[in-house]
Design a protein around this ligand. Sequence first.
Ligand code: 5GP
Ligand code: MG
Ligand code: MG
Length: 183
Amino acid sequence: MDTEQMGADLEKVLLTQEQIWERLDELAEQIWADYAGKDLLLVGVLKGAVLVMADLMRALPGSVPMDWMAISSYGSGTKSSGVVRILKDLDTDITDKHVLIVEDIVDSGLTLSWIKANLASRRAASVEVCTLLRKPDAAKVEVDVKYVGFDIPNEFVVGYGLDYAEQYRNLRCVGTLAPHVYS
Ligand code: 5GP
Ligand code: MG
Ligand code: MG
């Protein structure tokens, strides 16, 4: 699929690359100040958070280590159940580290609360979350997300790391898909 086709499959653009970068710059500044003097580790959740991680960490005014987790959550259709299996675990021992989970989107928040609890149980000094996007349903679970890029409406979005059937992750913006794509 070429870029022109990807663009044609979008119904509307919710966030442009410039808006995303501007917000990530703000979050990076806040994160850098909050974690001053602390042993910070960024933990990305594959695969959706790849682009957020790349741009967020480059926006930080200093060096920070990163690690990755890959998980699969069991659920019916498009809704996650909160039952999670680790496909790829961290390479890093996070004991006494200040962990900041980097996510693409928090929808139900079920996956995220599982990851938070799992990392906290490894004796991390702290576990917080930074997500580019958050949907309204996230309010239903008591999962504390310290850094939120944008609150978006309850629509399925693609781009900037987010996929539909593994496509559209490399779109530079975040947008919704036109109905013809689903049918
Ligand atoms: P949660 O446990 O918060 O419901 O699940 C979050 C995960 O569901 C995200 O990491 C993402 O993989 C997927 N997800 C939720 N909403 C969307 C969306 O609007 N678009 C895409 N592409 N994935 C989504
Ligand atoms: Mg994710
Ligand atoms: Mg996906």
